[in-house]
Design a protein around this ligand. Structure first.
Ligand code: SF4
Length: 342
């Protein structure tokens, strides 16, 4: 992170000091080594905060790095560099009891509810696995807790002794949610939790997640590519492109007043239910494909597809700045100094 970016992030932290930050991510990078001299820059310098009790949505096309962020935050991957603090503690230096506590307090719901459930285990044992690992209950109390969790997610006692293949996709995702809830987490990373489900079931699962958040004071990082559903569930939304966060704002602000040309293009493709509004909105078709994260473009990574690119965009990486209150963007269009030099 440049010195200027660091100063700006600190300014933001000061200006939003009243909010209770549960997760603080600074200049997070996750690179994968692919053979000789090839490095996939899957996540390359991402900074954001998540506030306690909110849902932060993370959107972007497939391959933009959003799922890699989720897996790096929960320590399924080691970060290449950068820092992540959960409840004020650096997650990559946790050991022993503190690491076990972190593993309890941060949970993940996966995209594919079938692949993420062990087909040889009963629902009872799948949900109780975390309860056993963290020693939260035994015997009759363990069974009682699992049945209570099944009922919380809209299933019942009869389902406890069945196996995953006996359930529909929506029911399996409910089991995945119950498994995450079993250890009484504070923070849930939901990685495309509804993408594999029928449209008719998606709203049910999202409504269930919203209800659980209200009842249990949960914080969510909701990763998805469906912008309509992300808006519905999220308090704030971050937009990713090729390993970078390019815009972050409160949901209504982002959808009503997108600043980054990539966000504008993404939103122009979202269907609008009101025919009058739909008629006045112009669809922005982006030229070309997303470049490879092995060899991303110089300067702004979006410049090869950006309809508003300027000379400076190929030479200078845009800084992450607060263009409007609580509305962050990385684009030279909002940096007067950079535009003058261009
Ligand atoms: Fe487009 Fe330049 Fe802004 Fe990148 S920095 S989004 S290329 S205008």
């Amino acid at each position: 992170m440049s010195q200027l970016q660091t100063v700006k992030m600190e300014t933001r932290t000061t200006s939003q000091a009243k909010k209770d930050v549960i997760l603080e991510v600074r200049n997070l990078k996750k690179h994968f080594i692919l053979g000789k001299n090839q490095v996939v820059q899957a996540v390359d310098g991402v900074s954001f905060d998540v506030y306690r009790g909110e849902t932060l949505g993370l959107v972007g096309e497939s391959g933009c790095g959003k799922s890699t962020i989720g897996r790096t935050l929960i320590r399924l991957y080691n970060a290449t560099s950068g820092s992540v603090k959960f409840d004020g503690k650096d997650i990559y230096s946790l050991k022993g009891k503190e690491l076990k506590k972190f593993n309890q307090k941060m949970q993940m719901i996966f995209q594919d509810p079938y692949a993420s459930l062990n087909p040889r285990m009963t629902v009872m044992d799948i949900i109780a696995e975390g309860i056993d690992i963290h020693g939260l209950a035994k015997g009759e109390e363990r069974r009682r807790r699992v049945i209570e969790l099944l009922e919380t997610v809209g299933l019942n006692e009869e389902h406890a002794d069945r196996f995953p293949h006996e359930f529909s996709g929506g029911q399996r995702q409910r089991i995945g949610i119950a498994r995450a809830l079993a250890v009484e987490p504070d923070f849930i990373i939901a990685d495309e939790p509804i993408s594999a489900l029928d449209v008719s079931i998606q709203a049910q699962v999202v409504n269930l997640m919203k209800r659980l958040q209200r009842e249990r004071g949960l914080t969510y990082l909701f990763i998805a590519h469906d912008l309509s559903m992300v808006k519905y569930i999220s308090d704030r939304v971050g937009v990713m492109y090729l390993g970078n966060l390019v815009e972050l704002a409160e949901s209504d602000e982002l959808y009503d007043n997108p600043l980054h040309p990539y966000t504008e293009a993404l939103l122009s493709a979202v269907p609008i239910p009101d025919p009058e509004t739909a008629r006045t909105r112009e669809r922005i078709i982006l030229e070309g494909d997303v470049p490879s994260p092995i060899n991303p473009p110089s300067g702004c990574r979006f410049r090869t597809r950006c309809p508003k690119a300027m000379d400076i965009c190929s030479q200078v990486v845009p800084t992450w700045q607060e263009a409007a209150p609580n509305h962050w963007v990385a684009c030279h269009l909002y940096n007067d100094e950079a535009k003058r030099e261009s």
